[in-house]
Ligand binder design. Structure first.
Ligand code: SF4
Ligand code: SF4
Length: 676
């Protein structure tokens, strides 16, 4: 077998080159003849590999005859359209001139080329896997196909073909489309199923996942910079995200069950959309533009697709890092039995638990941090106000130290509930029941956060330490704050007033919190025995709100606007600190009310990601803005063209009391502008 593999690889390399050239030829076909010839050439290759597969499957004299028959049938079948075209052309005096890229406008023709290219690759992978004895010909056809597509005989030639055809079409697309194509080829190489080796699996999961994360960051940045987006490219990105969701879901399933079927289907799906993409340069060039910020439904499905892909990617990282058994053993599921109602209850509980297992895991948070954190870094580069730059930097550091490093890798989980500020970071239920044994950690956390909110405003939590801040404040997500003002629900939640929705939601949230905390306390002191399918009530509620519902609210940005956790009143922890902040020193002040009166644009009201649009009115009336819903993001300070707004907190108050000249954000900004 020693010489066989190099020979097969040499053949594979030639086939990759030839297929990529044919795809290029097909993509640039100007007339029917060129299109038919491309089909014929691909079909010839398919016939060759089809014959080889038949031969290796049923070795023997009859199989030779069958192989020749299969090859001839495919070849003759594919030659008929060429012949027809030739006959047609010979009877036409002057064929009408066609634009280069005939296939761009022909879905059927494109599909034929794409399917033939895929069939070629599948057959080649199958034949070579059989020839190199990696497949057992006596197993079922579906099993063999499954293993062939997951093997390197399919994956590596496919990746090479994608890379080569991306190169060939590099001038036919704008640079960003080409970059996405290249990312795809690189991700394809790093397929964990390709080589049956644990080292390869480890490297490909981490490097491939990082590559996919980098591609998502690139796409986010692209969308941020192209608010008017090429429709065809937008659809391409969406389909790619759906395929990557299937790919990551398939990989998750493969790591747990060793069944690659879903993963294989996703690879084939990716090829389908990839080749369909490269064969459509004219569609890109002629596509209309869409303003995605004016299309909530389109943006919503993008966000769902992005979340789904990231969700499974986080799960795959977790499985690889902790090991399948260890990671899944932390999942406690309710048995599905009893009457229909209890079965539905158990199923809903299991769904939330499985969802939270990943969204509350270290690797999901690391991956999200890398992604969202990069967008925050892009944002820092754009921000002019020093105080906001400092806050955004602190926010990033807090995310990695406080949401990932300390709780998951430094502090043992048994000690976490007793560590003030870090352990019970989101209040009741974060990491422990409401029990006397954990009272110190819980009470001190409330006291520290309460003191910070009183002195500096709730920005210590909602704009620095809460992971939500990093998620909302990167470039791509920040720009979606326009949905606060353009959607029906977003408009209902606008302003610093307490809306009807806020009252209803927050009342329900507080009732559930008090009930869960009481049950948790009574249960932990042994007075009752009541849990949610064996889980502490307060911890379940924490998980439900922050690991499940919060993400749903996040994906609903296109319908309710950004910072739904603040505007709807769904976060009791944020609300507690926001109300303490309202009673404390923190507020926004303006240097000169007259500037606001004369201000024609009122930019501050449009810049607030929470939707505090009534800011200018209060500046004019009182010279300051105080509201529980002001969480100190500071976009208003940044946006005011006159540098009129500044943050006011205990530091300013102390300076005033000590008779020192107050130092305002606006002054810092103006000083910087003067220096530069
Ligand atoms: S309201 Fe809650 S979830 Fe939202 S930023 Fe504040 S603490 Fe975080
Ligand atoms: S704070 Fe600035 S942007 Fe807002 S109303 Fe006053 S002058 Fe205009």
């Amino acid at each position: 077998m020693g010489y066989l593999e190099p020979i097969l690889w040499a053949i594979a390399a030639v086939m990759v080159y030839v297929t990529a050239r044919i795809i290029k030829y097909a993509g640039r076909a100007k007339n029917e003849l060129e299109h038919s010839l491309s089909v014929f050439l691909l079909a010839m290759m398919a016939s060759m590999f089809g014959g080889a597969t038949v031969y290796f499957l049923y070795r023997g004299p009859e199989s030779l005859v069958a192989a020749v028959a299969v090859s001839s049938a495919v070849m003759v079948g594919a030659f008929i359209p060429v012949l027809n075209t030739l006959v047609k052309l010979s009877s036409t005096q002057s064929p009408p001139p066609q634009l280069q890229g005939l296939l761009s406008r022909r879905v059927g023709g494109r599909l034929l080329i794409v399917l033939l290219a895929i069939v070629n690759e599948v057959l080649m992978g199958w034949a070579f896997a059989l020839a190199s004895a990696q497949l057992n010909p006596s197993t079922g056809v579906v099993v063999q196909l499954d293993q062939a597509v997951a093997s390197y005989w399919f994956v590596f030639p496919m990746a090479a073909e994608m890379a080569l055809s991306s190169y060939y079409f590099r001038r036919d697309f704008e640079r960003s489309v080409y970059i996405v194509f290249v990312f795809q080829a690189a991700i394809m190489v790093l397929t964990p199923t390709a080589i049956a080796n644990s080292r390869w699996e480890e490297v490909s999961v981490y490097v491939g996942g990082s590559m996919m994360t980098a591609m998502f960051i690139y796409v986010f940045d692209y969308l941020y910079k192209h608010r008017r987006l090429n429709s065809v490219f937008g659809e391409y990105i969406f389909r790619l995200l759906v395929v990557y969701t299937l790919m990551m879901g398939g990989l998750f399933l493969w790591m747990v069950t060793q069944q690659p079927a879903l993963f294989d289907a996703s690879i084939v799906g990716e090829m389908l959309i990839y080749f369909d993409g490269v064969l459509s340069p004219l569609r890109y060039a002629e596509s209309k533009q869409r303003s995605w910020l004016l299309e909530p439904s389109w943006t919503f499905r993008m966000l769902v697709a992005i979340f789904a892909a990231e969700f499974f990617m986080g799960g795959v990282f977790d499985l690889e890092y902790y090991g399948v058994h260890t990671f899944l053993s932390t999942l406690t599921l309710a048995p599905l039995m009893g009457n229909p109602l209890s079965m539905v209850g158990a199923a809903a509980y299991n769904f939330v638990e499985a969802f939270s297992l990943i969204t509350g895991s270290a690797w999901y948070l690391i991956m999200m941090g890398a992604e969202m954190g990069s967008l925050v870094v892009f944002r820092i580069r754009e921000v002019k106000v020093r105080e906001t730059r400092v806050r955004l930097t602190l926010m990033l550091l807090a995310y990695f130290a406080y949401a990932v490093l300390l709780p998951y890798f430094v502090i043992p989980s048994s000690e976490l509930p007793n560590i003030p500020f870090v352990g019970q970071a989101m209040g009741i239920g974060t990491v422990s029941p409401v029990a006397p044994a954990f009272a110190f950690g819980l009470v001190t956390t409330y006291l520290i956060y309460g003191a910070l909110s009183l002195l500096f405003g709730s920005r210590a939590l909602c704009s620095v330490t809460c992971t939500a801040a990093t998620m909302y404040q990167g470039t791509f997500y920040d720009v979606m704050k326009s949905f606060n003002r353009t959607t029906k629900m977003g408009r209902k939640l606008l302003g610093s007033r307490i809306t009807k929705t806020y009252k209803v939601v927050s009342t329900l949230v507080w009732i559930s919190l008090v009930a869960a905390a009481t049950v948790s306390y009574l249960n932990s002191t042994g007075r009752i025995n009541l849990t949610v399918y064996g889980e502490d009530a307060a911890q379940f509620l924490y998980s439900f709100y922050f690991n499940f519902l919060w993400y749903i609210v996040f994906m609903l940005i296109p319908f309710i606007g950004t910072y739904g956790c603040v505007t709807t009143g769904m976060c009791h922890w944020g609300m507690t600190n926001q109300w303490i902040s309202r009673l404390g020193f923190f507020r926004l002040k303006v240097k000169d009310r007259n500037t606001c009166i004369k201000c024609p644009t009122k930019d501050c009201s449009k810049a607030c990601p929470v939707g505090n649009t009534d800011m200018p009115g209060q500046f004019i009336a009182k010279g300051e803005f105080r509201a529980s819903k002001c969480i100190g993001v500071g976009d208003c300070v940044e946006s005011c063209p006159y540098g009129n707004i500044y943050f006011y907190d205990v530091r300013n108050w102390l300076r005033e009391k000590l008779g020192a000249k107050p130092k305002t954000t606006a002054e810092i900004q103006l000083n910087q502008a003067t220096k530069s």
